[in-house]
Design a protein around this ligand. Structure first.
Ligand code: C5P
Length: 439
């Protein structure tokens, strides 16, 4: 089955909105509505002063999510969620601060993290757009301190959108008015499009295998596993939104084709998956094996239904083809093979051994606890290992976010970056945020 969809820029994107205490905050509920209408998922963080202008109730009702102000949770229920500032930064595809007031602009430029809004500014993943819409009185805007801080922010990766000229709340006329929500939404779209355009995956052909396989015992029974396909589908969607041409080969799952994925092939058994993978893999640039392919299949598949008897029954199982290994054995120098590993013991050692045995370029080692990680859950804890044995331990992440990190690592491989200098156990600055790089 092949399905085609037209990618839409904001649809499916995670937009983090930071609202500061300026009169232009009154425009933000309209912006939230606009973004939601275009299919974006919106989360809001506010400064204390922002809530003088617009209520948290309005913002959370429109965004359909809680609004955050402080880094430290206030309710008993939220007590456990002390890393919200990290997860919001990981989650966001873009961080938009509007209106950005003189005070918050100064805090951002100074790297101060004294509330959720300023802290998320630091936790946002490095390549994601940070867009500031300064809005204030004309005199404040042109002040030396505001201009100096904005110049620093714009020189350090922020998109600073010049305010408009016109009537201001002070009754004066000047430059300082925040653009209307439709202009802000269009700016966010452009920034996200530009970011996707900058991706090294743009125009690349990527094959992703996902889900379980079913190996038939007879006409009504099969051997399979609990894989939901969520990880592979998240990777396929994330790669498509970076501009890659994605072929998704999926075992039996209950998931919709992610937006932007050009081709989907549904298969059932390992052999069927192998056939499709061989076809799609030949000319591809990157092969990502996220499928939980059954290792064994019954030697013979019985017709109809095997009748039970009073005695025991023995089933002879034979090995299935190793799909990613076949690809990786024949791959050309420009092609990359990315695999997954799930091992009950000595996870990292076994994953690294698998990386070498299968000739992979990168392996994502799953930590399996069966509750927050593993099959049929929405989160995963991955450790990425490359051929130089450089290791990036990711925190527990939503599978979408884990997919983004995996693709960041793939882009790093493509860029031929020398990788991070391995310094035993020390936290180093990385291309993907809070990760720990180890020797
Ligand atoms: O050998 P193991 O099953 O642990 O390897 C896991 C990796 O190999 C995953 O990337 C999985 O998609 C891939 N694989 C495969 N074909 C198989 C078994 C695993 O492509 N028959």
């Amino acid at each position: 089955m092949a399905e085609k969809e037209t990618p839409s820029v904001l649809a499916g994107k995670n937009i983090l909105l930071g609202i500061c205490g300026g009169i232009a905050a009154y425009k933000m509920p309209m912006l939230i509505r606009l973004l939601k209408k275009q299919g974006a998922d919106v989360r809001v963080v506010v400064t204390g002063a922002a809530t003088r202008f617009v209520t948290e109730l309005t913002l959370s009702t429109l965004s359909q999510a809680p609004v955050f102000k402080e880094v430290f949770p206030r309710t008993a229920e939220a007590e456990t969620d002390w890393t919200r500032h990290i997860s919001l930064g990981e989650w966001a595809d873009a961080y938009v601060i509007a209106p950005a007031t003189a005070n918050t602009i100064a805090r951002l430029a100074a790297g101060i993290c004294d509330d959720m809004l300023t802290t998320c500014f630091i936790t946002l993943r490095p390549k994601k757009p940070k867009i500031l819409f300064p809005a204030m009185d004309g005199g404040m805007y042109s002040s030396a301190s505001v201009q100096k801080n904005l110049a620093w922010l714009s020189g350090n990766g922020c998109l600073v959108v010049e305010p408009e000229s016109g009537d201001l709340a002070s009754g004066q006329c000047g430059t300082g008015r925040m653009p209307e929500p439709d202009v802000i939404a269009a700016t966010i779209e452009q920034a996200i499009e530009k970011e996707a355009g900058n991706s090294l995956l743009r125009g690349k052909s990527i094959v992703v295998t996902a889900g379980p396989t079913r190996e038939k015992i007879d006409g009504v029974r099969f051997i399979s596993n609990y894989s939901s396909g969520k990880m592979g589908f998240a990777i396929a969607g994330a790669a498509a939104s970076r501009g890659a041409s994605v072929t998704l080969i999926s075992g039996p799952v209950h998931l919709e084709t992610p937006r932007g994925v050009v081709t989907r092939r549904n298969v059932e058994s390992a052999e069927e998956m192998q056939r499709e993978a061989a076809l799609a893999g030949t000319g591809c640039d990157i092969f990502i094996g996220a499928a939980a392919v059954a290792d064994y299949r019954p030697e013979k598949t019985a017709e109809g239904k095997i009748r039970k008897t009073n005695g025991n029954m023995a089933l002879t199982l034979v090995r299935t083809p190793d799909i990613i290994e076949e690809f990786a054995r024949r791959k050309q120098p420009h092609q990359l093979a990315i695999g997954f590993s799930l091992e009950p013991t000595e996870e990292l050692r076994n994953a690294e051994e698998k990386l070498r045995r299968k000739n992979l370029d990168l392996i994502a080692c799953n930590t399996f606890d069966g509750t927050t990680t593993g099959f049929d859950v929405d989160t995963n804890r991955l450790t990425l290992i490359n051929r130089r044995a450089e290791t990036v331990r990711l925190p527990l992440l939503d599978k979408q976010e884990a997919a983004e990190h995996l693709l960041d690592a793939v882009e790093e491989l493509m860029a031929g970056e020398r990788g991070r200098q391995a310094v035993g156990g020390k936290i180093l600055q990385s291309g993907t945020g809070q990760n720990q790089h180890e020797a």
